[in-house]
Design a protein around this ligand. Sequence first.
Ligand code: ADP
Ligand code: ADP
Length: 219
Amino acid sequence: MIEFKSVSKKYSSAAFALHDVSLSVAKGELVYLAGPSGAGKSTLLKMIAAVERPTSGQVIVNGHDISKIKKSAVPFLRRNLGLVLQHQRLLNDRDILANVMLPLIVTGALTSNAEQRARAALDKVGLLERARANPMELSGGEQQRVAIARAIVNRPQIILADEPTANLDRVAADKVIEALRAFNSVGVTCMISTHDEQVLGSGARVIRLEAGALAGGAA
Ligand code: ADP
Ligand code: ADP
């Protein structure tokens, strides 16, 4: 479902953010992307979403070569991706239900239909009873779970979560991971980046990045 073939990425002047990375992730897998800050985790996830393009190599998502994809095709690619990116904010001028409905509304869904699906998504992350709360009333962990609900409400095949547990305490972090794992258990392919070794679930596959390269070769 996701394949990197000798992918390197260099931002303007700096050293390689990623160097010769080859990996593949199968449909339905849950994969942690581990490594210290600056290792290239965000860069790797951004390339899957065509937020960044590789400097060399190929990134293939669902059979499409992202390195060659036309700009006009990017929104179609993203429809299959749920993105939980860092520094992504909920909108504080509306309640969390409206925040989760938004991706459906912008793609033209009927309000009643969007509300039903948004409520189902909030239920899956354990926040249905807070549907009418404002994002500012929620804890950081709850806000992160709302962001996950918003990312999956379009029923993407893949969810990419960039440091979703950053700045959360252990209990809140566990709930965020649990929410992601719940979607994985119904078949959504998940990649979760973290610099926190304690987040890594037992049994799950871990891909390690160190200074832009895979620790231990191709994954
Ligand atoms: P991580 O997510 O593991 O912290 P990043 O992918 O954010 O790592 O960063 C990898 C490297 O690329 C770092 O050295 C970082 O400074 C650099 N980098 C990331 N984004 C940019 C950018 N937009 N412009 C220049 N350098 C960047
Ligand atoms: P930026 O890096 O430009 O601030 P974001 O990091 O918020 O933007 O998101 C990158 C891109 O991905 C944006 O163009 C946004 O519209 C899109 N995007 C974010 N979340 C989703 C989602 N859940 N489904 C589809 N597209 C999304």
